[in-house]
Design a protein around this ligand. Structure first.
Ligand code: C2E
Ligand code: MG
Ligand code: MG
Ligand code: MG
Length: 285
């Protein structure tokens, strides 16, 4: 324990004498330590249920990475994932996250049902690596998790270039029964151009769309049309960021397949996730 502390301080001392102590440099060091030494529990996962409106039950959990910094406490994934991406740490970090998520998949499969998937967010940089599929397969072998219990979430921006190369990878993963979701649909780089050629199973509508429900009829029509379009593509729709009963009711009446958001549950730890699987949802709607 003491020796490890020393090592941490020594590493920061390097930055200190170079006059380069910044929040980013410290978080970068901490990430590297967490990746190299899994006993340093700086990275852990929370799990948020994804709820089927048709089946009225939880059918998946999204794994969401959390970082507890020695110096800054809880750090948002938006910040530390970005730092990892900028410093060649994202691939080994994703490897660690996949392993943890796959072990969690085994846990819930054993405790509950084989029909539940665990969804892992994948950075565009990961998908670009030649050995990306190898990393997935290695973790399946290592953990014994089943591809039928795994889902990967990707964002569209990376697909704009290298479309064929990356789409082939998605196809390969799907042939092996892993599901692929397109995350944050409707934000940033979204384009409808390649949507019908992409090898996908689901599309997740970004939560910013949900803010608008019950405020303006125009926006409601936009969401309804997006749901319809996704269905026409033969894909399932997940609405992200469902926080209110009004939003849930709207999505129900517009045929949305799956919802995720604080109205069902915030991201929770393993034990709480297992408890959520036993919860009775019959009174929800
Ligand atoms: P995302 O993949 O779109 O994840 C959904 C985010 O929305 C999560 O934020 C979740 O906590 C939040 N959320 C869920 N329901 C609600 C709701 O009802 N209301 C509101 N206001 N927020 C809700 P989080 O955990 O802070 O993650 C932010 C983003 O960081 C993720 O967006 C994802 O892009 C990235 N991220 C998180 N974990 C990982 C990871 O393991 N790997 C990678 N590459 N990225 C990750
Ligand atoms: Mg996601
Ligand atoms: Mg999202
Ligand atoms: Mg995202």
């Amino acid at each position: 324990e003491k020796a490890r502390e020393k090592k941490v301080d020594f590493l920061f001392y390097d930055d200190y004498i170079a006059g380069e102590i910044t929040r980013e440099s410290i978080l970068k060091r901490e990430l590297r330590l967490a990746i190299d030494n899994e006993n340093i529990d700086a990275i852990h996962l929370k799990y948020q249920p994804i709820f089927s409106l048709k089946k009225k039950k939880i059918i998946a959990f999204e794994a969401l990475a959390r970082m507890k910094s020695k110096f800054y406490g809880e750090v948002s994934p938006v910040e530390f994932i970005n730092i990892a991406e900028k410093n060649q740490l994202i691939f080994p970090l994703t490897n660690l996250i996949l392993k943890k998520a796959f072990y969690f998949s085994n846990l819930i499969t054993k405790a509950n049902s084989t029909e539940i998937r665990v969804s892992v967010n994948i950075s565009g940089i990961d998908l670009m690596q030649d050995n990306f599929i190898e990393m997935i397969n290695n973790n399946l072998v290592l953990t014994g998790a089943s591809p039928q219990n795994i889902k990967l979430e990707i964002t569209e921006s990376v697909l704009l270039n290298n479309f064929n190369l990356l789409n082939n990878k998605l196809e390969k993963l799907r042939k092996n029964k892993i599901k692929i979701a397109l995350d944050d649909f409707g934000t940033g780089y979204s384009s409808f151009y390649h949507l019908d050629e992409l090898s996908l199973d689901l599309i997740k509508i970004d939560r910013y769309f949900l803010n608008k429900i019950s405020k303006s009829q125009q926006d409601n029509m936009v969401i309804a049309s997006i749901i319809e379009m996704i269905h026409r593509l033969g894909l399932e729709v997940v609405a992200e960021g469902v926080e209110t009963k009004a939003q849930l009711d709207y999505l129900l009446s517009n045929n949305c397949d799956l919802i995720q958001g604080y109205y069902i549950s915030r991201p929770v730890n393993k034990e709480e996730a297992l408890a959520l699987l036993k919860k009775d949802w019959s009174g929800l709607y």
